[in-house]
Design a binder for this molecule. Sequence first.
Ligand SMILES: Nc1nc2c(ncn2[C@@H]2O[C@H](COP(=O)(O)OP(=O)(O)OP(=O)(O)O)[C@@H](O)[C@H]2O)c(=O)[nH]1
Ligand SMILES: [Mg+2]
Length: 619
Amino acid sequence: MNPAPLVALVGNPNAGKSSLFNALTGARQKVGNYPGVTVERHSGRFALPDGRPVELVDLPGAYSLEPASPDEAVTRDVILGQQAGERLPAALIVVVDASNLDNHLRFAMQLIGLGLPIVIALNMIDLAKRDGLEIDTSVLARELGVPVIETVAVRKRGLEELKTALAHAVGDGTLKLRAGHGFVHEDLATVQRRARALAMKAIVSESPARRFTHSLDGIALHPVLGPVILAALLFVMFQAVFSWSKLPADWLQAQFDALGGWVNAMLPDGVLRSLIADGVIAGVGAVVVFLPQILILFLFILILEASGYMVRAAFLMDRLMARVGLSGRAFIPLLSSFACAVPGIMATRTIDDPKDRLTTILIAPLMTCSARLPVYTLIIGAFIPDRAVIPGVGLQGLVLFCLYIAGIAGAFVAALVLRRTVTKGRGSGFMMEMPKYQWPRWQDVGLGLLTRAQIFLKRAGTIILFTTVLLWALASFPQAPKGVKQSEYSIAGHIASGVETVVRPIGFNHDISMALIPAMAAREVAVAAIATVYAIDANADDAAASTQLKDRLSKAWPLPTALAFLAWFVFAPQCISTIAVTRRETNGWKWPGFMVGYLFAVAYVAAGATYWLATLAGL
Ligand SMILES: Nc1nc2c(ncn2[C@@H]2O[C@H](COP(=O)(O)OP(=O)(O)OP(=O)(O)O)[C@@H](O)[C@H]2O)c(=O)[nH]1
Ligand SMILES: [Mg+2]
């Protein structure tokens, strides 16, 4: 006897497949397992209106036919008739969430392209109506070329119509299936565009908010305009980091200077005064003045996230990411890494493919985290003239933008190389729900900024304070005799001289060598360390004590050295926390070891190349 024809329920996650499955099959269900994988097989039976029995399977939700997880792989394999222990379905019921039409139609269109008999269940029609969304089902049916039935799975509405349409689709079972043959790989952006166009056509009316989101997406996701807008936004962001922060940063600097002056006046000359003024105030103060810049950066990130634009940015980046073998899902972890690689690396847990995930972890430290900002801005402030390249575009902001781009480019090249060597494997596609646009809630943005400020100040008060005081101690003893520079005579000075033999070929001087080791604790410490060492040296020389750090740097370092230092920080893995979290997320020392090794090597080469090119160019 022939088994009953198989019908599979397919659709995006949360479309209501399981609800529809329950509504159709009731208590006649069986739960098994697909052989070889840990994915459950839910099946049940029901009768078509003409009395014929069919077997229904509820497949795991998927965004596309390019699986991003073992569950999605089962879905694809069943549909294509390639799943062990499953026969080829005679028809598919594609479940589409009516209130999320463009996202769900995308997958439906891919499935229709396969050429299998299909019935679309336009589910959650109740929620769509509640939201003031009216859909012309006949337009959908005509354009897609398959029956479209409105259903409310949880209310068992539309089931009879669905069964009737299904009976036609299954036919007499003699239809030779062509599954797999009609599968043309269309790129994501094209399908998405077709899906959106169809959704616009089928939607008769919708609430103003939804209409707004739709028309805005027409611009934000436009193949040409979209990337231009994204680039412009990022550009404005980096310009703002410089220009808006100037006043508050100067103000903070003045407060720390006043505090240092006050301590110097109050305390007698000696070890305690040096500890407080040179160690704590100069060191920690040098980092804290960057608070305004960090807050401006986060203001942008928080607004972009809360407004719903961030996911669009991820979508725009997807094709670029795919080109270097990364999943689009890597975008959010990589973007969070602009704040800090630690949460970024933790966010890679959302990437199912282990090799995709590992690649993302290994390149996350190349995204310019906010801890680099103090280093970048100090050096840029000291060495790059504050003038406009063209009216409205400052050179300093431009250089900062380029440093970010250098990090991103480095990450992409690294991904490309890693994907062909240590993390070889096929990349997976990207699918994500597009949330609707909305005004950010200012309370949330404010709260986000407050948390950021707290985290930053806490770092300044703990890890940065600790390492600067330690460095102060190492840099202050033993006391140098008159006429000898304290920073060279001290313990730290001797350690730095050891480091210097390694980094001299790439143009690094004694100051930088001194800063590199404590900067392993956190990158900002490099700034604190330089400030502390200068403060200690300046004690002998009161005239120098009153000049600003960046002015002293610009006198002491040749330009090629400063540029090499910037290049170093683009790549160097100067952060214990990142290494620790990589160890935790990859369960061992192998990958953090690899990461540190390759990043230091790249940093060394990049800094060296920068130094020698700049020197040859006569800068
Ligand atoms: N209002 C309403 N809610 C629905 C409808 N269909 C499903 N739901 C609800 O939507 C949620 C998701 O439904 P599921 O049936 O679990 O979705 P699914 O497609 O099986 O999801 P995955 O298995 O995760 O892919 C549940 O909370 C359901 O109660 C509907 O037609 N109307
Ligand atoms: Mg389900």
